[in-house]
Design a protein around this ligand. Structure first.
Ligand SMILES: *Cc1c(COP(=O)(O)O)cnc(C)c1O
Ligand SMILES: [Zn+2]
Length: 443
């Protein structure tokens, strides 16, 4: 393990420390630490903030960089100084965060929810929530004078890192597992990163990338291992409560692989609560694929951490056998009186279609897992007609292969009769047979 590297630009950061999520040991933010040394690197580091010094009790407008329409809006709650050299280079060149919050009224009515919003992370530059973690990691790597940055990824983290690295000219190495969708491999390669397809699964890619970073001193962005990941991702929760007029929804539904997004969302809500910007915590609902359900299994067994479990879901972004942030994810669900649920792959792929058709949001499979859980959550009485629910759309459906070739697109000859026949036969609202002598589509 490389020795800690002091950061010249740690000035102004002395109101925060890293704190181990397991043993509570504190360490300075200015030292590069990936995990707790006392816990033999298994404890995850959480930012412990002296909220008084940041301005707890003051209005958000006095604390936030309100002119900043990116995650740097919340800079005073982040472990990387917004005015530092790294942040200055990445901040305007790769604008992540401040994504739209859509109100999904049609879907809320159909599902029987009071209100439903979709926080649409496809609006980030690489098309996924992972950009929030990657910009912080890139800024931190620049502040520490590193010129190579690396990560393990099932696709999205690598794309986000490669994109942010491209914007500032850092060299980037991405370790992906076998079976990563071609669209994601292409995206990462186009950003100019080295993409290494590891002969193994995501967990193998995590191990190999960590070893490579130690061996060659590369800055390591690995999810959860690098504490900037959860701290970057927490900004999605700060945005949600700000976009809801500084009010907490009743529940936030989050797809879970490593559990880092869930841990990050919890971090952001804890910050908002401690600052006095929301008066209660929403329930956090974590959703896993039943075919890769290590965190869900730990939840049902009452375990504190998620042990290894089989990982065979086709939702590759949550196909994790050894969750890197299981401990904090489980604590987040328990602390908020939330729940973990598991959904079948068939439910996930069906949800891609109904989510898109009833909300206008096209999700990738991992992201659709959250939506897939909603009908069962309502049926079980976990969510109901008075609840205000936020669903995270963690990644764009454009980045994954369609569930069926063409997704049901209909070839037509270039004439109106063919259009009329196709619209009626395609189930676009018409009933009965197309009248080929009358080429007006009957809606
Ligand atoms: C990474 C990812 C997830 C899961 O996040 P974890 O932190 O691994 O739990 C969910 N959806 C998408 C689209 C992702 O890229
Ligand atoms: Zn520790």
């Amino acid at each position: 393990m490389a020795p800690p590297v002091p950061v010249a630009d740690a000035v102004g950061m002395d109101h925060m420390r890293w704190q181990c999520s397991r043993c509570a040991a504190l360490s300075p933010v200015g030292e590069l630490r990936y995990a707790c040394t006392r816990c033999r690197w298994s404890g995850r580091l959480t930012l412990a903030i002296d909220y008084e010094r940041v301005g707890a009790g003051r209005s958000p407008g006095e604390v936030l960089l309100t002119g900043e329409h990116s995650l740097w809006r919340y800079a005073r709650l982040l472990p990387v100084a917004a005015g530092g050299g790294g942040a200055r280079r990445v901040r305007s060149g790769y604008v992540a965060g401040w994504t739209p919050l859509h109100r999904a009224d049609r879907l809320a009515r159909r599902l029987g929810l009071g209100r439903l919003w979709i926080k649409d992370e496809a609006g980030n530059p690489s098309g996924a929530l992972k950009d929030r973690a990657s910009v912080l990691a890139v800024a931190d790597a620049l502040d520490r004078g590193r010129d190579v940055i690396a990560t393990a990824s099932s696709g999205n983290a690598g794309a986000a890192l490669a994109g942010a690295a491209a914007a500032v000219g850092l060299r980037c190495v991405v370790f992906v597992p076998r079976g990563t969708p071609p669209a994601k491999l292409t995206q990462i390669s186009r950003y100019g990163a080295r993409v290494l397809v590891v002969d193994g699964d995501y967990d193998a890619a995590v191990r190999l990338s960590t070893a490579a970073c130690r061996r060659w001193g590369w800055y390591c962005r690995n999810t959860a291992y690098n504490p900037c990941t959860a701290e970057g991702k927490k900004t999605v929760a700060l945005e949600i409560v700000e976009q809801l007029g500084w009010s907490a929804p009743d529940a936030v539904v989050v797809p879970v692989g490593d559990g880092n997004i869930l841990a990050g969302v919890h971090r952001g809500l804890c910050d908002a609560r401690a600052m006095g910007w929301i008066d209660r915590m929403p329930r956090l609902i974590g959703v896993q694929a039943a075919a890769a359900a290590a965190v869900h299994r730990a939840w049902t067994e009452g375990a504190a951490d998620a042990g290894p479990a089989p990982a065979r879901t086709r939702a590759e972004s949550i196909n994790v056998g050894e969750p890197q942030d299981g401990f904090r994810a489980l604590a987040a669900v328990r602390d908020t009186a939330g729940v973990m649920v598991a959904v079948e792959d068939e439910e996930i792929f069906a949800a891609i279609d109904w989510l898109a058709a009833e909300s206008g949001v096209y999700a990738e499979p991992a992201s659709a897992a959250g939506a897939a859980a909603l009908p069962a959550l309502v049926a079980r009485g976990e969510l109901g007609s008075t609840d205000r629910v936020v669903l995270l759309n963690t990644g764009s459906g454009l980045k994954t292969a369609p569930s069926a070739a063409g997704g049901g697109a209909i070839p037509v000859a270039a004439d109106l009769r063919a259009v009329a026949a196709a619209v009626m036969a395609g189930g676009a609202g018409a009933d009965g047979e197309a009248d080929l002598d009358e080429p007006e589509p009957q809606w």
